[in-house]
Each structure stands twice: as C-alpha cells, then as structure tokens.
Design a protein around this ligand. Sequence first.
Ligand code: HEM
Length: 153
Amino acid sequence: MVWAAAAPMRARTIKNFILGCAWDKVKTSEVEILAAVFTAYPDIQAKFPAFAGKDLASVKGSAAFALHATRIVSFISEVISLSGNSATAPAIETLATELASNHKNRGVTQAQFNEFRTALTNYVSSNASWGDNVAAAWNQAFDNVYAIIFARL
Ligand code: HEM
C-alpha cells in the first residue's frame, strides 16, 4: 500500500528532474530564445510596442529586449521549479491565470501561444540533450499550463 501510494509521486519527480536538466542547459540563453521565437514568428514580435516594425538585429542587443526575454524565461523557470509536486499545483494555476489575463488584455491568441510553444520546443530540443523521456515531460508540462491559460484567454 505504501509503495502503491509512493510510486506515482516518485514518477512525477523523475519527470520533473528530466525536465529541469534540459531546461538548465538553455535557461541562461534568454536573448537567444526570444530572438528565435521572433525569427520563427514575426507576428509575435509585432505585438510588442517596443519591438513592432523594427529589424530584429537592431533591437536584439537592447536592454528592453534582454529584460523582456528574461521575464519570459523566468516565468518558465518558475513553473518548472514548481512542477512535479501536487502541493504546488495551486501556485502554478495562479501564475498561469495571471499570464492569461495579462495576455488576453493584449490580444494575444491561442494560435500565437502555440507558435511560441513550437519555437521554444525547437530551440530547447536543438540546444539540450533531447529524447523521448524529455519530450514526454516537456509536452506534459506545456499541456498542463496551456490548458489553464487557454481556458482563460
Ligand atoms: C505567444 C505570444 C505572446 C505575445 C504576443 C506576448 C506579448 C507580450 C507583451 C506585448 C508584453 C508586454 C511587454 C511590455 O512590457 O511592453 C508581454 C509581457 C510578458 N509576457 Fe508575453 N507574450 C506572448 C507569450 C508569452 C509566453 C508564452 C510567456 C511565458 C512563458 C510570456 C511571458 C510574459 C511575461 C512574464 C511578461 C511580463 C509580465 C506582464 O506584463 O504580463 N509571454 N507579453
């Protein structure tokens, strides 16, 4: 009985560990990550008042770009740190709900969130060690957080 109760928790923790290892490899490449997202999907760049209509090369080195890139990457780091533990699920829900509400007000669509996911997944899978286990943990985390966001967007 004890084992049956403990096993699922252990499985979640290993998944979270795998996810954290992949994320650790890229989480200090904030500027490169945001540049990769904007390169793949210029419609996302166009939603940012500070970057809309500008050549990516001309804004990529700016303080505003580094600050925004760091905000996005920190959000993901926070969610990954909180994941894998049912006790912190309400905290993830709070973060995702706030993000959805801020972005709904900016007219960001589900399609754009999906574009962001595609670009980020491409970036991480080519810059961290990647395999079926990592992909499964990554997709599960995104599915969970996006379900909360999409219900409110
Ligand atoms: C996919 C399309 C997205 C668009 C078009 C978008 C657009 C924006 C814009 C225009 C801002 C305000 C920037 C400013 O201060 O002028 C912002 C802020 C922010 N975004 Fe996004 N965003 C997107 C996705 C995401 C995602 C997926 C995340 C997290 C993983 C994220 C995290 C944040 C954070 C943490 C902030 C700063 C806090 C806030 O003002 O809400 N964004 N976003």
